[in-house]
Write a protein that binds this ligand. Sequence first.
Ligand SMILES: [Zn+2]
Length: 583
Amino acid sequence: MRMSRLLFATLRETPAEAEIVSHQLMLRAGLIHKVSMGIYTYMPLGYRVLKKIERIIREEMDGQGAQELFMPVVHPAELWMESGRWQVYGKELMRMQDRHGRDYLLAPTHEEVITSMLRQDVRSYKQLPQLVYQIQTKFRDERRPRFGVMRCREFVMKDCYSFDRDEEGLSVSYEKMAHAYHNIFSRCGLHYRPVAADSGAIGGSGSHEFMALSEVGESAILFCHSCDYAATDEIAAVEPVPTGVGEEFREIETVWTPDCKTVEDLARLLKVPAERTVKTLCYMADGQPVVVLIRGDRQVNEIKLQNTLGCYELGFANDDEVRAMGMEPGYCGPVGLRSEIKVVADREVPLMVNHECGDGRKDYHLLNVNYQRGDYRIDVTADIALVEKGAKCPVCGAPLDLARGIEVGQIFKLHTKYSEKLGARYVDENGDEHDMVMGCYGIGVGRTMAAIIEQHHDAHGIIWPMSVAPFEVEIVPVNDKDDWLMAEAEKLYRELQQRGVETLLDDRKERPGVKFNDGDLLGFPLRVVMGKKCHETGLAEVKVRASGEVFEVPLADLADRVCALKQQMMAELTAPYGWEADI
Ligand SMILES: [Zn+2]
């Protein structure tokens, strides 16, 4: 490609809307173009990267025997009614009607379509197992799209589905996908780690998320240095440490606590330590009021809470909604709550003795409250607390460490969740019918691209790993008026292309500084600089973007040298990166 013909525009300034490096650099390098909130066009250079990641994914999926197909993005509502998700899926589901008034949706995921297809096309055990995948656009109407393609509304995803006879078969498919994911993320040059994302079972095999390590990651990973325990904070268990255990129940005291709205205010005024208080938080879950109780010094993990409630929409109740529950904001408490309000408590709360909590009335709190004495009601007790750094490892007891990660992939055992509802069954050797046993496996392709940039950049711009670079090498002749130099550049350009190297020739009529700055920003792994010296010495420079190394190479050897460096840099991406070494 000749750069003079390339459709691209780089920006000097960092766009104000971009909070994280990958978003800033993707906009500055002109890889993406914002069309609407959370909706982007991939420009030619950006799309080349996306396609390369897709190619790696395809090779590894095909290598595991998965077959590629392509499903529609518009789904009829009936299919989602069969699975029950039309009714319960929240506002993230983009619903619409056609000209006949029939309901449709823009697909955020494809379990319904694939399962309903398999139920028609697969009848016998002889046709199982099946592994199918697609790379396709999905739509989720995120409440708060941000971070560019990291959390957007329209995005490209690889989704794969496995159909097996039984749990054993599912485990085989699951392992195949885990293996493929290791290869994919290693080849993309990512520092990553798979972590348990199974609900409940510690280190379980029900689901794993593949996390690209990054400070800007939205997921927190708790991990242990003493054993190999690693889990997202969404599932990492908190060991209950109840306070007051062994004390006699004391009589409830009502205390006047003007202007004490926080646990800290209260601890100061009443000299009650935060761990002897119970925080009462009011939520609305799918439009229903829910009161949540947790030890005063702990935080609620809203994902755990959402899983406990099984709801789709969860948010804090506003002041009016809190008052409608019969309480004053800032002074909420569980004693005397109306029976129609659901009360969810963290596991520690019912074990606590003589704890403090809000009274419900403005300016009053209660001391020496006890669930075990029947002072208040709890409907559901569950682990809903956020695990913090230093908490005990649930496997070996050592203190847990915390890292942040970008979830680039997830593998999930669905078992018969969808096949049962949608009637995807097969007949075995004896003529008996069984539900197919399913798994699903996703990779966010655009998000993987952003994660690569988060891990591979410097102050000047992106540093693409060789495997995903939009072009592998750029040729920069420093003087476009020097005919001999331009002819040499042209010769190298053609030779590299013939030898299968993706080459960009910067033939623009620009100053060398502009070309170098653009090259650094765009992050091509190798740069050949043909300067004045070429005339005198017959030498050109080959610069490695990542290390900054510069080699002086005779013109006649340039193509060989570039090919050798490319091979070497590709080979470095085959081995998985270490994880512990990065912490
Ligand atoms: Zn451990």
